[in-house]
Structure formats: C-alpha cells, structure tokens
Design a protein around this ligand. Structure first.
Ligand code: CA
Length: 250
C-alpha cells in the first residue's frame, strides 16, 4: 500500500521536488496521509503537530505552500494564518485550510484573512492533491504574467481591456458587478471565495447588502456562461469557486 503510494506517479515530480509544502495538523493519521500523498507527488514535505511549532518552522523554512488545520494545540490555525498574512516575508505563501465539518464559520474567516482555499475533512486524496496543484498553478500565474489582458478558458474569454465577456466569440452583456465577479473568479481558478469576499470585490463594502445578494449575481453570471455555467461551483456553506473543465485553460 505504502509502496504504491510512494511510487512516482507523474513527470512533474522533479519540479515538485523543489517545492516545499508545510503540513500543520495535530491528528497523526491525517498528517501521515497528507504527507505520504504529497511525497508520492514528489513534493518536499515538512510536518508539525502543534501550532507554535508549525509557525516556527514556517518562519524558518518559508515553504511554498502551507496546509493548515484549524483546531490545533498551541496556536490555532486562524492565528497562524493571521500572523502569516501580517508578515511581509510570509504573506505571499498560499495557505490551504484543512478543516473539520462544522467549522464553516472559521473557514470563512480564514478565507477573509487571505487563505487561498480549503479542504473539508474527511477528504478524498485525489481532491487534496488537485487542490495543492491548483494552488501552485495560481501562485505561478501570479508571478508569471500579471499583464494578461484577457482570461480565456475554452469558449469563455474575458477581455480585461475592453471589459467584455465573449462566449464562443460572441459578446455577452454583463453589468459592472458581474464583470468584477467574473474577473475575480477567472483570475484564480480553483480558489475558494467566501460570499463576503466576493461581495467586497464585486459590489464593494460601502453599500450594505445582504450576503445572499451575491448569490443572485452569481446566478445571473452562470446563465450568461452558457455551456460553461457549471464551471462556477457552489462551495457548500462558504461561497463559490471557478473550476474550468480540464484542458480548457488557454
Ligand atoms: Ca485538529
């Protein structure tokens, strides 16, 4: 079983060997499952079972990604996230929250603090690995091409200069709010957005809106995406994420 897990499954492993992933998780079984599966993908993995130790290691090795449990002895995950985001040398490190059921409120707070994504326990191993890969892709897109003038996924093109949505080459009218909403989602495929964060980005935090207002904007945006409407997924209890079909990223 372990030898199967550890067998190198992808040609990405050489690249992954240069990527350090820090896992802060106090439950030994879960920590081990995460560690083994990331090792199998070729990542360089460090683990800590305690929040204080976790933050100490994060400060000393400056990993490329952190998988962060919320309920931890020593220092809890939200505090670790808060301290990382307040430290200029750590703020750009993507954080994926690994939460237990019933911690949706904390997940929402964590996403508001700047965490990238979250995984709910119990999770499927394939899901964990794909969230980690997506986080690395986003980090590389951020550092690589910040001058993108359009975002394209299959037939969906968002022209950032002309402020237009094109579906199969045909312009589809969007409101300014819908455009901002789409831009946020398409700029970070795979990232989980809380309703509050999307509201702040798309509507602004100056006007009072019911959090559910964003749902009606999302629903309207979905209807404009045609066959790609399913790419905006509902993240249960939290908000939304954009998950284009594999291979549709231009
Ligand atoms: Ca825990």
């Amino acid at each position: 079983m372990i030898s199967t897990l550890l067998r190198n499954r992808s040609g990405e492993s050489e690249l992954n060997a240069s990527r350090h992933v820090m896992v802060v998780e106090d439950e030994a079984d879960i920590r081990r499952v995460i560690e083994l599966n990331l090792l199998a993908e070729g990542y360089n993995v460090k683990v800590a079972a305690d929040g204080n130790e976790g933050l100490e290691v994060i400060r000393s090795i400056k990993p490329d990604l952190v998988l962060l449990d919320l309920m931890l002895p020593g220092k809890d995950g939200l505090d670790i996230c808060r301290e990382m985001k307040a430290d200029p040398s750590l703020t750009d490190i993507p954080v994926i929250i690994v939460s237990a059921r019933g911690e949706e409120q904390d997940v929402i707070i964590g996403l508001g603090l700047g965490a990238d994504d979250y995984i709910c326990k119990p999770f499927r191993v394939g899901e964990l690995v794909s969230r980690v890969k997506a986080a690395f892709r986003r980090a590389e897109n951020r550092s690589g091409n910040e001058t993108n003038s359009s975002l394209s996924f299959g037939d969906v093109v968002l022209d950032l200069e002309a402020r237009k949505l094109l579906i199969s080459g045909v312009e589809v009218h969007t409101t300014a709010t819908e455009f901002r909403l789409l831009q946020a989602l398409l700029e970070s495929p795979g990232k989980a957005f809380s309703r509050q964060l999307l509201t702040d980005i798309a509507i602004g935090d100056e006007v009072y809106v019911n959090e559910r207002t964003i749902d009606s904007h999302v629903s309207s945006v979905r209807s404009k995406l045609g066959d790609a409407r399913g790419w905006i997924r509902t993240v249960w209890g939290v908000g939304y994420r954009f998950e284009p079909e594999q291979g549709s990223q231009a």
